[in-house]
Design a protein. Structure first.
Length: 319
């Protein structure tokens, strides 16, 4: 947590409404908040009779904060939760049931993006699409738990960290994907249970979305270099878009063929963006947001692709 005062009430309400009957220990790593988040969450936790402890996390590193919480956790299941998300009353119970039923080292569920403002709702619709952003999965309609490469947030068995290590504190983003790769390499299973649901509030501006996805792309490169492998072909698509469009744009003043190819690429992308936006907004009952949703996709893809290109260039310079 860092300066999340606006989201504290929602998080505490989600925690206090959980129908899990066992003991729950709540650990919060605070990255030097200056907006009164700490005082507010402690006050709300006392009122809700939550066993909550706030620990200082100077610098605000997500990985360092998570590892600090893991080191102090005493439960049989360690569930990562996020201030920008809302959790139904059965969230902890279903995580515990899925971990018990499957024996997986890490279990997670379906992310349901939910916006409040017009732009947040458009971003949420774009995320809820195969052409869209982080968190979409083809397993949303599965009838039961399925093995996957990674899950959002996650509920971990403590022995998973003893076997594979904790979050990599050198990574600012993509800590989850990197840890889940190590868990699988150590022999553990990552399971997605579609009965587990979590609501996520996306960024409220295109600039915020671009910056967020730029970070995802930039930090994907150190993860791939660390493990000497491409994590998925899908993660390279935004980079291919940025590189191809950039190369064709540079060649266009001198080449009619380059101009034609650039136009064809732009037309194909626009068609996919509008088509995907139409399907997503229709499914969510937000058809008035079709064009606004279509403009979100470039923020996703260009942000991610430019970030990955920058990450690759930085890695080459470092070598």
């Amino acid at each position: 947590m860092r300066n999340e005062r606006a989201h504290v009430d929602g998080l505490v309400a989600s925690l206090s409404a959980q129908d899990f009957h066992g003991p729950v220990q709540v650990l919060v790593a605070d990255g030097s908040s200056t907006d009164g988040s700490v005082e507010l969450i402690e006050e709300r936790a006392r009122a809700a009779s939550l066993d909550l402890r706030v620990m200082p996390n100077p610098g605000g590193s997500v990985s360092r904060g998570l590892n600090q919480c893991i080191a102090h956790a005493t439960g049989a299941l360690i569930v990562r939760m996020d201030c920008h998300s809302t959790y139904p009353p059965d969230y902890l119970r279903r995580c515990a049931e899925a971990a018990t039923e499957t024996g997986a080292w890490n279990v997670g569920g379906i992310v349901e993006p939910r916006g409040r403002t017009v732009t947040e709702r458009a971003v949420a619709a774009a995320m809820d699409s195969a052409f869209g952003g982080i968190g979409w999965t083809r397993h949303a309609g599965s009838q039961g738990p399925v093995d996957v490469d990674t899950v959002t947030f996650g509920a971990f068995r403590p022995h998973a960290f003893r076997r594979a290590g904790t979050f990599d504190e050198d990574l600012v983003r993509n800590q989850d994907d990197e840890l889940n790769l190590r868990l699988r390499r150590a022999g553990g299973r990552i399971v997605l249970d579609p009965r587990i649901r979590v609501g996520y509030v996306p960024r409220g501006s295109l600039r915020g979305v671009f910056t967020q996805y730029h970070g995802y792309g930039f930090w994907k490169v150190p993860v791939m270099l660390k493990h000497r492998r491409v994590l998925s072909a899908r993660s390279l698509a935004p980079l291919a878009l940025v590189v191809s469009a950039g190369a064709l744009a540079a060649a266009s003043p001198l080449s009619r063929r380059a101009r034609a190819l650039l136009g064809a690429e732009a037309a194909a992308y626009a068609t996919m963006a509008v088509g995907s936006a139409a399907m997503a907004t229709t499914r969510r009952g937000e058809r008035r947001l079709l064009l606004r949703t279509a403009t979100v996709f470039p923020a996703f893809h260009l942000g991610y692709g430019v970030g990955m290109a920058r990450g690759a260039l930085d890695a080459l310079r470092a070598r």
